[in-house]
Design a protein around this ligand. Structure first.
Ligand code: DAH
Length: 353
C-alpha cells in the first residue's frame, strides 16, 4: 500500500507540472483528492488493513495527502503568477500595425457635379443663389414672356401643386426649370447681376434621357453693355473648365420666349475632337456629327427685364440653362447610356465615382 501511495504522489506531481490552466488543475484536484478521488479511496481502504501496520500506513497516507495538497496549491500559485506575467504579452497592442479602414462613403456624383459647377462659376464672380423649388406660375412662366395658355409652355411638362391660386402670381408649380430664378434675381435690383442658380427641377417624364426630378443650372449676367461676345466667353470658359482644354462651343439659332436672340449651345465632342469621324474614318460613335448638345442660352428678352423692374434701355444681359445630370454624363469617358441609373442607388455603380 505504501508503494501504491508513493506512485500516486509521483503521478500527481507529474500531472500538476503539465497543467497550463487553473481549470485543468481543478480537475486534477477532484480526480485525486475529491470525495471519490483516487487518494481518498485509498485512505478509506485503511480500515481493512490489519491493526499492527495500520498506524504506520495511516501516518504515511496522511503525509502523502498533505503533500499532494501542497503540490496542487503551489501549482495554483505558479499558474496565477504566470498568467499575470503573460498579461503584457497577451494583451499587447502594436500601435504601428496598419489599421483596418472603416467603410467610407462619398458624395453622390450629382452633388460632386454641382460642387464642381459652383466652383467653376465662382472663379469668374458668379454667386450661387437659392430660390424656391415650389414657385409661382408668375416666376416659372408668366414673367418669362410665357403668358397663361401659351403653347410654348407645353414643352415643360409641369407638375402643379394642389394649392390655392394667387390673383397676382397664379398657380403654384414644382419648378420645371431653373429659369424661375431670373426675375426673382432681377427684382433684387443689384447690379451687376452675376448669378448661378442650381436647383432641382421637375417634369412629368421618365425614360433613358429623362428623370422626373433632375437638376439644372442657370446663369444670368445683367449689366450695362453686356453682349453675345460675353456669353461666348463664359460658355467657352465653362466648356474648357468642366470638360477639359481643347473643347469648344458653338451657338445655333433657336427660339425661346425669354431670350432674343436665342441659341442652342453645342460643345465639341471630346472623343473625335469635333471632326465627327472616329479613328476608323467612320462616323464618331459618341456624337455622330462632331458636336454634343448642351442646352439653351440667349440675350435676356426686354419683357423679362421689364418684369424684373429693369430698364432695358440701360441694361442688357445674357442667360443660359441646362441639366446638371446631362452635362455630367457628357464628360469624357463617362459612357452612361441611361440617366436613371444615377438615382437607382446601386452602390456598385455609385462606388466608381
Ligand atoms: N429653361 C430652359 C429649359 O429648361 C433652358 C434655357 C434656355 C435657359 C435658354 C435659359 C436660356 O436661361 O436663356 O429648357
Amino acid at each position: 500500500m505504501l508503494d501504491q501511495l508513493n506512485a500516486l504522489k509521483l503521478e500527481i506531481e507529474e500531472a500538476v507540472a503539465a497543467t497550463k490552466t487553473v481549470g485543468e488543475l481543478d480537475d486534477i484536484e477532484i480526480k485525486y483528492l475529491g470525495r471519490k478521488g483516487r487518494l481518498t479511496s485509498i485512505l478509506k481502504g485503511l480500515a481493512e488493513i490489519d491493526e499492527a501496520t495500520r498506524p504506520k500506513v495511516g501516518a504515511a497516507a496522511n503525509r502523502i495527502k498533505q503533500e499532494a495538497e501542497r503540490i496542487i496549491a503551489k501549482g495554483r500559485v505558479a499558474l496565477q503568477e504566470r498568467s499575470l506575467s503573460d498579461l503584457g504579452e497577451r494583451e499587447r497592442e502594436d500601435v504601428t500595425e496598419p489599421g483596418l479602414r472603416p467603410p467610407e462613403g462619398h458624395l453622390h456624383l450629382v452633388t460632386q457635379a454641382i460642387r464642381e459647377i459652383t466652383a467653376i462659376f465662382d472663379r469668374i464672380g458668379f454667386t450661387r443663389t437659392r430660390y424656391p423649388e415650389v414657385d409661382w406660375d408668375r416666376y416659372a412662366f408668366e414673367s418669362l414672356n410665357m403668358p397663361a395658355d401659351h403653347p410654348a409652355r407645353d414643352e415643360w411638362e409641369t407638375f402643379f401643386m394642389d394649392a390655392p391660386t394667387s390673383k397676382t402670381n397664379g398657380r403654384m408649380v414644382l419648378t420645371p426649370h431653373t429659369s424661375n430664378a431670373q426675375v426673382r434675381e432681377l427684382e433684387r435690383g443689384e447690379f451687376p447681376v452675376r448669378m448661378i442658380n442650381i436647383a432641382k427641377c421637375y417634369r412629368r417624364q421618365s425614360d433613358a434621357t429623362h428623370v422626373p426630378m433632375f437638376h439644372q443650372f442657370e446663369g444670368l449676367y445683367v449689366d450695362r453693355g453686356v453682349s453675345i461676345t460675353h456669353l461666348r466667353g463664359v460658355l467657352d470658359y465653362f466648356a474648357t473648365s468642366f470638360f477639359g482644354p481643347g473643347r469648344k462651343t458653338r451657338l445655333r439659332p433657336f427660339h425661346f420666349r425669354f431670350t432674343e436672340p436665342s441659341f442652342e449651345i453645342d460643345v465639341s465632342c471630346g472623343v473625335c475632337g469635333g471632326t465627327g469621324l472616329g479613328a476608323d474614318k467612320q462616323k464618331c460613335r459618341v456624337c455622330k456629327r462632331g458636336w454634343l448638345e448642351l442646352g439653351g442660352a440667349g440675350m435676356v428678352h426686354p419683357n423679362v427685364l421689364k418684369a424684373g423692374n429693369v430698364d432695358s434701355k440701360k441694361y442688357s444681359g445674357f442667360a443660359f440653362g441646362w441639366g446638371v445630370e446631362r452635362t455630367y454624363m457628357m464628360k469624357e469617358g463617362m459612357q452612361i447610356d441611361d440617366i436613371r441609373i444615377l438615382y437607382k442607388n446601386d452602390v456598385r455603380f455609385l462606388k466608381q465615382f
